[in-house]
Write a protein that binds this ligand. Structure first.
Ligand code: GLC
Length: 546
């Protein structure tokens, strides 16, 4: 593949457990993905990213890997994966595996050996610390509680930035790095086309000291992170026809430029999450808070212009398996017509940005949060921890359910809605998590039949990226940033200018007097009447370059 090709690509994220079940056990599988490849090819995406499918006790749905070389039997076999790769490649689709190398499951052989004895050669694969009076530091796990777990067997603590069953690997140990590169090379040789690296900017831990907050300053974009990622690039995918994207937790623009400048030989692209914290109250996720549009625009545009000017590369997204559904979050799902309108506008705003766009399964049909009404419907370890923590802080049940309804990762993990059949056509058995009640109207079958559906807007936007270089290579210029309802920016490339105008609210928005009106309509979703753009309306205009 030419260097440029991946830049023009669109990635579709699959959460296999919730995508399509062919065995009737209520959980999705690899053969279920094979069955839907024609659909994905018709949508027009270039890459499929599968969240982890390796052996795992599934405490964090596969982000807790117990054997990197085996496929979890829940999802199928290596032969199924081989068939999936071949069937995808035949259709011109490429496949990215998710790889979790900041930590392993505590069920992994390395950890089992490490915990047996202080003398084990695997002891130093992890961070074990002796501490007499409580945990070695006050760092918090991202899933709640202290980040150190006391282990009875050798009476020391081990570090887990996530769940207690996800022990952090010690990248300072060269043997750890070698073992991880071997795993990556195994899957590269197997024929995968890319990796999504889970929380990869946390791999280099700095000093183990108490923190005034939760400790992230000691391990986020840590002291040797660039050195390690560069080394990984050189020892594995660097010279291959390959695509990588790193998930970056609480990172900075400067670091992301460094991670992705091609000459530094680290990664191809990076995700960051700052734009999705605009509905956190005082920085706290587990709150019920309306999103702040001004903040959303400012953060997105800072990252857009910052990364572009620094010669880096963004991965751009509204949704993934850790985030609520965007139409419920930044659009509206209260009214069917407005759901469609706002989902399309959000798609336009995102897909005309600079970077590589990601679509999370179901986003292309405007799937919504399921609005669960009972804690019994939740499955996610982070959400259940948050539930107990909020309970102990004195919140009442209803308040907690409202907060979870807005923030839980399970909002995006409900089964893919394929049809109006039982369980949305996802399974013939009992789904592992409830299907959203609106599947009878919101489903793939209905979307494909309706030429005005959200699906066809996504299809059009994907095609536009393939046919018009301005979408990939154009610079980006924010416009009217102070406008209270509109999100406006332009893209410029080789004497061409595209203007993207979106009303992000449920009220008509007055267009600025001096905004360009003449040009060719590239995309239209909503009309302008008497100088006002309709609620959640948007359009893209090709205008005369200045
Ligand atoms: C990433 C994954 C998330 C997982 C966490 C720990 O943020 O996206 O699902 O829980 O890493 O591996």
């Amino acid at each position: 593949m030419k260097e440029q090709d991946w830049k023009k690509s669109v990635v579709y994220q699959i959460y296999p457990k919730s995508f399509n079940d062919t065995t009737g056990n209520g959980e999705g599988d690899l053969r279920g993905i094979i069955d839907k490849l024609d659909y994905l090819q018709f949508l027009g995406v270039d890459y499929l990213w599968l969240t982890p499918i390796y052996d795992s006790p599934m405490n964090d749905n596969g982000y807790d890997i117990s054997n990197y070389y085996e496929i979890n039997e829940q999802f199928g076999t290596k032969a199924d994966l081989r068939e999936l790769l071949d069937a995808a490649h035949t259709r011109g689709l490429k496949v990215i595996l998710d790889i979790v190398i900041n930590h392993t499951s505590t069920e992994h052989e390395w950890f089992k050996a490490a915990r047996q004895s202080k003398e084990s050669p695997y002891r130093d694969y992890y961070f074990f610390k002796n501490s007499q009076d409580g945990p070695p530091t006050n760092w918090m796990s991202k899933f709640g509680g202290n980040a150190w777990q006391f282990d009875d067997q050798t009476e020391e603590y081990y570090l887990h930035l996530f769940d207690v069953t996800q022990a952090d690997l010690n990248w300072n140990n060269e043997n750890v790095r070698k073992a991880l590169y071997k795993i990556l090379n195994y899957w590269i040789d197997f024929g995968v086309d890319g990796f999504r690296f889970d929380v990869i900017n946390l791999i280099s831990k700095g000093a183990f000291e108490d923190s005034e907050a939760i400790g992230k300053e000691f391990y986020t974009d840590g002291p040797r992170v660039h050195e390690y990622i560069h080394e990984m690039n050189r020892k594995t995918f660097g010279d291959k026809d390959f695509m990588t994207v790193g998930e970056m937790s609480s990172t900075t623009i400067d670091h992301c430029i460094q991670y992705t400048q091609p000459e530094r030989q680290e990664l191809h692209s990076v995700f960051n999450f700052h734009h999705l914290k605009v509905d956190y109250k005082d920085g706290e996720k587990w709150t019920n808070q309306k999103f702040d549009l001004q903040q959303l625009k400012t953060i997105l545009m800072d990252w857009q212009t910052g990364i572009y000017e620094g010669g880096g590369w963004n991965a751009i997204f509204w949704c993934n398996h850790d985030q609520p559904r965007v139409v419920s979050r930044f659009g509206t799902d209260l009214d069917e017509a407005m759901r469609k309108q706002s989902a399309k506008t959000l798609a336009i705003v995102l897909h005309l940005l600079q970077g590589t766009p990601y679509i999370y399964q179901g986003e292309e049909i405007g799937m919504t949060d399921p609005h669960f009404t009972s804690i019994a419907q939740y499955r996610d370890v982070e959400s259940l921890n948050a539930y107990h923590s909020l309970k102990s802080q004195g919140y009442d049940e209803q308040e907690i359910l409202t907060i979870l309804g807005q923030k839980s990762r399970d909002n995006s993990r409900t089964p893919m809605q394929w049809s109006a059949d039982t369980h949305a056509g996802f399974t013939t058995g009992t789904p592992w998590i409830d299907v959203s009640p609106n599947y009878e109207t919101i489903n793939v079958e209905a979307a494909l039949e309706d030429q005005n559906s959200i699906f066809y807007m996504y299809k059009q936007l994907i095609a536009l990226r393939h046919t018009h270089d301005i979408v990939t290579y154009g610079n980006i210029v924010p416009r009217y940033m102070g406008h209270e309802q509109l999100f406006v920016y332009e893209r410029n490339y080789e004497g061409q200018t595209w203007l993207v105008v979106a009303n992000m609210t449920n009220e008509p928005a007055k267009l600025p007097e001096d905004i360009e009106r003449e040009g060719d309509i590239i995309i239209e979703n909503g009309t302008v009447t008497g100088g006002y753009l309709e609620p959640y309306g948007a359009y893209v205009l090709s205008i005369e370059s200045k």
